[in-house]
Design a protein around this ligand. Structure first.
Ligand SMILES: *Cc1c(COP(=O)(O)O)cnc(C)c1O
Length: 424
């Protein structure tokens, strides 16, 4: 096959229809950001909408709940509507609230209703650990043990989870399954439609953690009949550090009493009656708990407007081109250096990032940072690189791999210790 050249890569940038969006983001000079799946970059629109919300506080005080362009009282619902197309949901099925972990607790408290014969939770060994921590703590507070109530699907090679193994785990004693849409290390995509159908055939309720797929790949949660989902908004959605999470509950489950209730789950017209008996909201809003974190919702107003304009189909298309280009360059340029590509090569199973492994990964990442490339180290040997469709260029991908090659050729990583920092 013909080798990829810098010229080819520049040509891809010229043809890129999403390219104008890059100018809407704050990108530092001499920095190649490849970590948008850990913390997305700030856009000018997100900055502006944050300033707008501060302005409404400045201007209206308490009346900001009802006044201004984005009254705070309805903001979680408004943003849910704006986010719904990204997950293929009805507008009434998405609410922007809480955090990934809190929303998982809400889903467990609401929908995990074990019986004598059906009481197990299915999860997997490669999911982001907070999900497993939440599941275990939930079992603990209900007086159950993980030995009897938790069924973990193992990976055979440490990177990949087999869908056959997941489906085989749906035995008669399983009540609920909590699974990621895209695995945070390998970038493997779970076929959510297939898994939902298999789960329902066995009477299992299924909830997906979309943290690594939201804003990166399209979803059809409503049509797939997924029961519930939850995700964060600071990765591909660029909502900023600690931005508010979100949750989907399929409308077929509306009316289910929230397991963790609070006054913001009230029917909005009745909330300020302040009765001691709660009038629960009809839709997904019921699963909110307390006062929304308005200042951490604010950036999403601007950020989501970019997604509405760009469209998730085109974002996915460019994202696949970027990751394919990166994989090709890893194979072409880094042959001599013992890297393993642990990301699925098949585009249907590949999310929005590339995961490569090397035994010197920790210090290779330090050397990359020193040269202005921001990767993500995952212990013990993983380097995660996320070229993001909205703000990364094909030339960024080229530069990343060229710098990586330089580091390997010069053994520049030897200047560092092969250990991770506090945050990796
Ligand atoms: C990032 C991420 C989380 C983070 O949860 P928070 O509650 O926002 O800290 C959870 N699950 C997955 C799969 C993630 O990728």
């Amino acid at each position: 096959m013909k080798e990829l050249t810098l010229e080819d890569v520049k040509h891809l940038d010229e043809k890129d229809e999403l390219r104008p969006f890059r100018d809407e983001f704050y990108i530092q000079d001499r920095m190649t950001y490849m970590d948008g799946n850990s913390l997305g970059l700030l856009s000018k629109r997100a900055e502006q909408s944050t300033l707008d919300i501060l302005e409404s506080w400045k201007t209206f005080g308490i009346d900001g709940w009802q006044s201004g362009e984005h009254p705070w009282f309805y903001l979680s619902e408004e943003l849910g509507k704006q986010m719904a197309p990204l997950v293929g949901a009805k507008e009434s099925e998405v609410i922007v609230t809480g955090s990934t972990t809190v929303n998982l607790h809400q889903i467990l408290n609401t929908f995990y209703q074990p019986t004598e014969s059906r009481y197990k939770i299915v999860a997997d060994a490669l999911n982001f650990p907070t999900d497993t921590y939440a599941i275990k703590s939930h079992l603990y507070t209900r007086g159950f043990s993980e030995e009897t109530h938790l069924k973990i699907i193992e990976s055979t090679d440490g990177n990949f989870i087999s869908e056959e193994d997941i489906i085989a785990s749906f035995s008669e004693d399983v009540s609920i399954a909590i699974l990621p849409s895209v695995w945070y290390r390998s970038g493997q995509i779970l076929n959510m439609e297939r898994i939902t159908k298999a789960a329902h055939d066995k009477g299992v309720f299924v909830a997906f953690d979309l943290s690594h797929s939201i804003g990166s790949i399209p979803h059809e949660l409503h049509n797939w009949q997924a029961d519930a989902a939850f995700w964060c908004t600071y990765k591909h959605l660029n909502g900023g550090p600690g931005s508010v999470g979100a949750m989907f509950v399929h409308e077929k489950h509306f009316g289910k009493r929230p397991g963790l209730a609070g006054w913001f789950g009230s029917n909005k017209d009745a909330q300020f009656n302040l009765d001691q008996t709660m009038t629960v909201a009809d839709g997904v809003g019921a699963y909110q708990i307390g006062t929304p974190h308005v200042l951490n919702l604010a950036p999403l107003i601007g950020s989501l407007s970019i997604f509405s304009e760009a469209g998730i189909t085109d974002i996915r298309k460019k994202s696949l081109q970027l990751t394919s280009c990166m994989i090709e360059l890893v194979e072409q340029e880094l042959k001599a250096f013992d890297f393993t590509i642990a990301t699925p090569l098949d585009e249907h199973v590949r999310g929005g990032h590339v995961y490569i492994e090397h035994k010197e990964a920790a210090r290779i990442c330090k050397a990359l940072k020193a040269k202005g490339v921001i990767p993500d180290f995952r212990a013990p040997s993983g380097i995660r690189l996320a070229p993001v469709a909205l703000y990364n260029s094909f030339e960024d991908v080229w530069n990343t791999i060229q710098i990586l090659k330089e580091i390997m050729e010069e053994k520049a990583y030897e200047a560092y210790e092969n250990e991770r920092g506090v945050i990796a």
